[in-house]
Design a protein. Structure first.
Lengths: 81, 568
């Protein structure tokens, strides 16, 4: 997958977990909890969705590394490489 | 059958216990003020330089506040309120994250003899507006961001609201900036003399039907906060203590502000949400001795495994406690292995104001049990029948009930006498929780007696969620239930029928969840929406949530004699 495709996949799963978020308004560095309002259960749901879609298993300790679109894009690319 | 009343192994009568508890506070000249007991008393006794609150900011700030600092800041806040013409008995709401101002607002409000209501900052606009209406809010203290996103659109619909204080140095139109107001304000304030029965706090709790209920707590509750903090959580002067709960829920106020400060501990306040490494680092680096958390967070730690915890030094930990929903036995066993101490589960409610049943320090923890009644607390298992209440014996499942009379019991549901009265029968307070008591006097949670949903330790009323869903033009009817979830205990799930002209499908499902999240916030909104052609209803048109749930879980459907329509 290209970085762009990873970004799109992440954004789609994010806005599926939290459909109150408009994808166009999400900045690359917006924190998914502090700025976009996800709670910890949402984060778990997102992790599961990313696993189903991308086959990446994200351990609890790495959750901070998917805390924004930019971070997640880099992290997922690294894990999928 | 064992019908002996259980108030733990403690032989004292409740009256003796409360007399002993009363000795933990000062109560000068018969007046009792929570803020005085929590802060000023300690300053007066020479402990002004002890650290009361160690605040950890999201982005790494570490700010200690001494008891003298909190005395100063809360006095300034009380003066700000007074300067705007507010007085004893007025109602102050707080809506913000876990920032220092939240704690200062709580203490300053109580000092001024006003009534404090904290709201969970992740609530959407609707739960906020409903609660401020019911509570006739006179003051709101919040941030510019929350004000803009959640308040300004309907602010004028709360006629009682006289003042909106905004954190920081600038405020939107019609609001007052708190920063300059505090700076210009006098750092001394004569604490308003409040009587033991004067209202101090209102905490909202969800109902099965109708609007949320505002449980009213009085200043005398501090007697029980002091006592239960000492005996259920082992809070002693100087203890380094971390309660992870948000003050928007009752635990975060009773045991995240009042009990720790009254017991003169150093309390950790972390602004950030759960983050595994951050939490483990905090326990290690701040040398947390007593840690009070919740099953959802504990299960998240557990999911990450013992390996993730291995690099950390947890030797400072002396006592671990958990509340919110039953802590599964595996988590108790796991915590003992990882932290060297088991999490001690305890049980209480918004209405009880404090911990009622607990695995206390020194007691043998029975994994999966909520423990035994606190000293002075008499608990029983009862069954409601035509002829009144019957007390049940060992091993029988019934409603968990308590003999009223402890100091932190709610005194009313605001403007809802009838609903308050329904909580009591035959000299018992009825909790709405189903439980059983074993032969050794330990209590075990079984489920809710009503339709309320316990998710991540919070009680959610299905009615509030259904009402928000029905506001969407596509939705004709909605039924909301909790379904079991291994991390959150239960999660909120909605079943809806659609109005003509709307197509069910993934697109609409997302739209409805988005709609509900905007109105209610993520903690309350459904995680899943299911479309049905009809919902099971009684002949009087009430949606039978119990039946929805039985079908969802494949359980027996029970008595369906009142079922009217139904073809899902």
């Amino acid at each position: 997958m290209t970085p762009d495709e990873i970004r799109t996949a992440f954004l789609q799963e994010l806005t599926n977990v939290a459909p109150d978020i408009e994808p166009d308004t999400v900045g690359p560095d917006d924190h998914i909890q502090d700025d976009l309002g996800l709670d910890s259960m949402d984060v778990l749901t997102l992790v599961t969705a990313l696993h189903d879609r991308l086959g990446v298993d994200i351990p609890e300790a790495d959750y901070p590394r998917i805390a924004s679109v930019a971070l997640a894009q880099a992290y997922l690319a690294e894990r999928m490489a | 059958m064992d019908k002996e009343h259980h108030h733990s192994e403690d032989r004292n009568s409740p009256a003796d216990t409360w007399a002993e508890a009363r000795a933990l506070i000062d109560a000068p000249d018969g007046s009792i003020n929570i803020a005085y007991e929590a802060i000023d008393r300690h300053v007066g006794q020479g402990h002004g330089e002890d650290v009361a609150m160690l605040w950890l900011g999201k982005s790494g700030a570490r700010l200690p506040f001494t008891y003298a600092d909190l005395a100063d800041a809360s006095a300034r806040l009380a003066n700000v309120l007074a300067a705007h013409g507010l007085s004893k008995g007025d109602s102050v709401f707080a809506l913000m994250g876990r920032v220092p101002e939240l704690y200062i607002t709580a203490l300053g409000t109580l000092k001024a003899g006003m009534i404090f209501t904290p709201l969970f900052s992740a609530f959407g606009p609707e739960p906020i507006q409903t609660r401020m209406e019911i509570g006739s809010a006179n003051v709101l203290v919040t941030t510019a961001e929350l004000y803009k996103r959640k308040i300004v659109a309907w602010r004028d619909q709360i006629p009682s609201l006289k003042l909106v204080l905004i954190l920081g140095d600038v405020a939107p139109e019609g609001c007052v900036a708190l920063g300059p107001a505090m700076a210009a304000s006098n750092p001394s304030f004569q604490t308003v003399r409040t009587g033991p029965e004067d209202p101090a706090l209102i905490h909202f709790t969800s109902g099965t039907t109708g609007k949320p209920k505002g449980a009213v707590h009085v200043h005398n509750a501090v007697v029980y906060h002091a006592f239960s903090g000492r005996h259920a959580l082992d809070l002693t002067p100087g203890t380094i203590y971390w309660c992870t709960a948000d003050p928007g829920w009752v635990t975060g106020t009773s045991y995240g502000i009042i009990a720790p400060l009254v017991n003169r501990v150093t309390m950790i306040v972390d602004e950030a949400e759960f983050d595994l490494d951050r939490w483990y680092s905090t326990v290690q680096n701040e040398k947390v001795e007593v840690w009070y958390s919740a099953p959802t967070a504990i299960r998240m730690m557990m999911r990450s495994g013992a390996d993730a915890a291995a690099p950390y030094d947890f030797s400072s930990i002396r006592f671990l406690a958990s509340v919110g929903e039953p802590l599964n036995p595996e988590a108790v066993v796991w915590s003992e292995k990882v932290f060297g101490q088991p999490f001690h589960d305890n049980w209480w409610q918004t209405e009880t104001g404090g911990i009622m049943i607990a695995n206390r320090p020194g007691m043998t923890v029975r994994p999966g049990s909520m423990g035994q009644p606190m000293p002075g607390i008499e608990a029983g298992i009862v069954e409601r029948g035509e002829a009144g209440l019957t007390e049940l014996g060992t091993g029988q499942v019934g409603e968990l009930a308590l003999r009223p009379g402890w100091p932190s019991m709610m005194r009313a549901y605001l403007h809802e006498q009838a609903r308050y009265d329904k909580c009591f029968a035959d000299g018992w307070y009825l909790s709405g929780d189903l439980a059983l008591r074993d032969a050794d006097g330990y209590f075990w949670f079984v489920g809710r007696a009503d339709d309320l949903i316990k998710t991540s330790g919070h009680l959610i009323g299905p009615f509030e969620v259904e009402s928000a869903l029905i506001e969407h033009p596509a939705v004709a009817e909605a039924g909301v239930i909790g379904i079991p979830d291994e991390t959150a205990g239960e999660i909120v799930k909605a079943y809806v029928t659609l109005n003509p002209g709307y197509e069910s499908g993934a697109q609409l499902e997302r739209e409805l969840r988005g709609h509900a999240r905007k109105k209610l916030g993520p903690a309350v909104a459904p995680r899943e929406v299911i479309f049905h052609k009809t919902l099971p209803k009684t002949r009087s048109g009430k949606i039978m949530r119990r039946l929805l749930k039985a079908r969802e879980l494949g359980l027996p459907e029970g008595d369906i004699s009142t079922l009217e329509s139904d073809e899902s």
